[in-house]
Design a protein around this ligand. Structure first.
Ligand code: GLC
Ligand code: CA
Length: 539
């Protein structure tokens, strides 16, 4: 077990993200719940993770599945009660698992009391909690678009004003320039720290310094000032782990966010690697440029070395399944899922595993009416209005839509994959009789077993945490190979990103080295389809 009283304990930790709605239902309403998570702690302990990042469980009308909060201090009733959450915190803790809460500080739900009051009158003290501009029905302050479709300004006729909403009209943006807003949020965060949680994931934190009049959403001039104040006032303890979601972050920003002096956050989720296989937007699906992926990873590994800290991830609740995206979810599902896991877990940083990734869960294809996600529904309308055929729009959605990650967790070959005895809120992927946790736990060669070993290796060999990173053959578009080195440990990771055999990569020094992990028996000779090897040497 990690010593979580050490300020940088999270550098040795591996986290697991739970999307509560899809994890485990215990009362047959088709919606995952907190008691369901408690019932699966044993599974997470067996996997070996040190913490859970819990996607939002706060009360919410669920326009965006909880990323639209109507009460930060209450639990969404279908998920359970505050007592259920406290039980989860305690019982997870007893198994060495820390709970990381999701903090949505950029916006609330339009059903939050603050917004109801804000909307009731220009003179209400809560009015200034949100961002308002005067206007008439046909003349919004500017032409900014909301991420989930439509304009970023919503008109309230009774007030003769527009409010700013970067995501959707159901998610009005908070006015961070108002000190009362900031104090109220810090107070709420202290409430959660007192409950014994271990840290926070900060939703779209790069947007809190926005200047909508100048069409600036991310990286506004006061962003880092606000984050430093947040750290000081709300979670000063160095043991609190914090990871900010920052789609806009390049290396320079990430260095500021993750300054080792602890004045801001522990680390950020940056998405450069996740944007390489798209064109104008996420629906413009392109093949993965492997050379760019390698060079991107190398830039982040080397760029933050000693100056910050990386988060390592390939999936989350907003992204498609990685085995479908960069691997092969047909013939080579098992091999390619393990290869991708070894590729990312060999690097420096804190790994985050998204529920079902450890089983090699795959993308799903649904009929348009079966999708739940507001982004998908809006995208379908917008793409088809632009002249895309319904088939083309559905292809893009099946490749990139967020519901790929949100189909229920596949626990067993039983009814509804063991997720629920009722009707699941989103269809279960039809491949559950083959892809499920029960089968994976019994199979020593499963993807689950590979993740388990990767987590254990990180705890055994300091080189995973401390080693420098060197990319081998940067221009090779088929194989991704790198070394990690400390004064006395050397690690080689080699991954074949193709379904074809490729020549072996094995620098002289690693001849005869110990194979720590591999996804084929007998890890020697040419690389077989999606083969991956981790070799290790100690001086
Ligand atoms: C983040 C969340 C996403 C949500 C959005 C708005 O990107 O990860 O799920 O829709 O913020 O809160
Ligand atoms: Ca339930």
């Amino acid at each position: 077990m990690l010593d979580k009283t050490k300020p940088d304990w999270w550098k040795s930790a591996v986290f697991y993200q739970i999307y509560p709605k899809s994890f485990q239902d215990t009362n047959g309403d088709g919606i995952g719940d907190l008691p369901g998570i408690v019932s699966r702690l044993e599974y997470l302990q067996e996997l070996g993770v040190d913490g859970i990042w819990l996607s939002p469980v706060y009360d919410s009308p669920q326009a965006d599945n909880g990323y639209d909060i109507s009460d930060y201090r209450a639990i969404y009733p279908p998920f359970g009660t505050m007592a259920d959450l406290e039980a989860l915190i305690r019982q997870a803790d007893a198994r060495g698992i820390t709970i990381i809460m999701d903090l949505v500080l950029n916006h609330t739900s339009d059903q939050h009391q603050w917004f109801r009051r804000a909307k009731s009158s220009r003179d209400d003290p809560y009015h200034d909690y949100y961002i308002w501009r005067d206007g008439s029905p046909d003349s919004p302050p500017n032409d900014m678009k909301a991420c989930f479709g439509g304009p970023a300004w919503t008109y309230v006729p009774e007030l003769g004003q527009y409010y700013f909403c970067m995501f959707s009209p159901w998610q009005p943006d908070l006015n961070w320039e108002n000190p009362a807003v900031r104090q109220e949020l810090y107070d709420m965060i202290r409430f959660w720290v007192k409950k014994g949680i271990g840290g926070f994931r900060l939703d779209v934190i790069d947007a809190i310094g926005k200047l909508p009049d100048e069409k600036i959403t991310t990286n506004g001039p006061k962003l880092h000032e606000y984050i430093r104040e947040l750290r000081r006032e709300a979670f000063p303890a160095p043991t609190i782990v914090t990871v900010g979601e920052a789609w806009s972050a390049g290396l320079a920003e990430a260095e500021r966010y993750a300054d080792p002096d602890g004045s801001e956050l522990s680390m950020v989720f940056q998405f450069e690697h996740m944007l390489l296989d798209q064109g104008v937007d996420k629906w413009d699906v392109k093949p993965l440029p492997v050379v760019q992926l390698k060079q991107c990873c190398a830039r982040w590994q080397n760029g933050l070395f000693g100056k910050g800290w990386n988060s390592l991830f390939l999936e989350n609740h907003d992204l498609p399944r990685i085995v479908s995206r960069w691997g092969d979810d047909g013939k080579w599902r098992v091999e390619s899922a393990k290869m991708l896991a070894m590729m990312i877990h060999g690097m420096q940083g804190t790994p985050y595993i998204y529920q079902g990734e450890e089983l090699g869960m795959t993308n799903v294809r649904l009929a348009i009416e079966e999708y739940d996600d507001l982004e998908i529904r809006n995208a379908y309308a917008e793409l088809t209005a632009k002249g895309w055929t319904p088939e083309a729009a559905l292809d893009a959605i099946a490749a990139r839509g967020r519901d790929n990650a949100r189909t229920p967790m596949q626990w067993s070959a039983g009814k509804n994959a063991g997720f629920s005895t009722g009707t699941p809120w989103l269809p279960v992927h039809p491949n559950y009789p083959e892809v499920n946790a029960e089968a994976a736990r019994k199979d020593p060669n499963s993807i689950f077993a590979c993740y388990q070993k990767l987590i254990a290796l990180r705890k055994t060999y300091p080189v995973f945490r401390d080693g420098t990173f060197t990319l081998l053959d940067p221009e090779d578009g088929s194989r991704f190979a790198y070394t990690r080195d400390t004064a006395d440990e050397h690690l080689l990771v080699v991954c074949n990103f193709t379904a074809e055999e490729q020549p072996e990569v094995c620098p002289e020094a690693f001849r005869g080295a110990q194979a720590l992990l591999h996804n084929y028996a007998d890890p020697t000779g040419p690389l077989r389809p999606y083969e991956a090897r981790m070799l290790y040497l100690k001086k």
